[in-house]
Design a protein around this ligand. Structure first.
Ligand code: ZN
Length: 144
């Protein structure tokens, strides 16, 4: 199947090319609490004036686990594809938020807690009509 178009699995969660890939969160102007995903109300002070912000694209691997069986929706497989185990983890961003995320590196032996990670936008599956569905993931940061 050749992808004829692309869409984001959830346009509220992240930005994608041609924009720089960033997660979209919110910040409370009253107390400074930062959330991902966006929230209407502040989980810390109950304020309701949360501002939309883009979060940093780099973070630190907090913990990870191998997902050995298919997840519920919205995780899907391309037509005809078979499930492959993948790595799920938590990445701590400098903004002070912990993000549950797919990890692009599928070999847990190449991961270690505390390593630098960076955001990327990756194809998750292909819809029946050939639309490639994109999601966000974190990969070990390239040496800079
Ligand atoms: Zn607050």
């Amino acid at each position: 199947v050749t992808a004829t178009s692309q869409r984001l699995i959830d346009a509220d969660l992240f930005t994608a090319p041609p924009d720089p890939p960033r997660l979209v969160g919110s910040r409370c102007p009253a107390c400074g609490a930062v959330t991902f995903p966006r929230q209407q109300g502040c989980p810390r002070c109950n304020g309701d004036g949360m501002e939309t912000i883009t979060l940093g694209e780099r973070g630190t691997l907090w913990t990870f686990t191998t997902q050995e069986y298919p997840l519920k929706e919205p995780y899907r497989l391309s037509p005809g594809a078979t499930f492959e185990p993948f790595v799920l983890g938590y990445v701590e961003l400098p903004d002070g938020v912990m993000v549950e995320t797919r990890i692009s590196e599928s070999d847990p032996a190449r991961l270690r807690i505390g390593m630098a990670m960076e955001l990327e936008i990756v194809p998750l599956y292909t819809d029946g009509d050939g639309t490639e569905v994109l999601t966000f993931a974190f990969a070990p940061a390239r040496e800079s």
